[in-house]
Design a protein around this ligand. Structure first.
Ligand SMILES: C[S@@+](CC[C@H](N)C(=O)[O-])C[C@H]1O[C@@H](n2cnc3c(N)ncnc32)[C@H](O)[C@@H]1O
Length: 103
């Protein structure tokens, strides 16, 4: 079932994205700088909003299906992401990084 959600997630979120998130994302992410760990990256909707101040982005997502959608969108050039971006499987509760790994 989660493969289906991953496929239709963008479509289902379209209204919320236009009404709210598209306005909030640039404002919030303009402050991101240095090394960034995004937890729960989903389909990667935040990627285009990270600026050049971000030197490294690790995008963590537990769902194989959501991560796959993000990976394909990146590959096809449908999303702009910081140059040094890595998509990784991971959960907020068990971060595969030591404290202080992102500065
Ligand atoms: C509402 S979506 C937001 C996606 C993206 N950050 C965005 O702004 O469009 C939440 C994401 O968090 C992921 N998620 C759920 N539980 C999680 C957990 N325990 N650790 C990390 N990510 C999780 C979900 O798979 C989903 O892709």
């Amino acid at each position: 079932m989660s493969w289906l959600l991953a496929k239709v997630y963008g479509f289902l979120m379209r209204g919320v994205e236009r009404e709210h998130l598209e306005g909030w994302r640039p404002e919030v992410l303009a402050e991101a700088a240095g090394e960034v760990l995004e937890i729960g990256v989903g389909t990667g909707a935040n990627f285009p909003y990270y600026g050049i101040a971000v030197t490294r982005l690790v995008a963590l997502e537990p769902s194989d299906e959501m991560r796959e959608v993000a990976r394909r969108r990146l590959e096809r050039g449908l999303l702009a992401a910081p140059e040094n971006t890595k998509l990784r499987k991971g959960f907020a509760e068990r971060l595969p990084y030591e404290d202080g790994s992102f500065a």
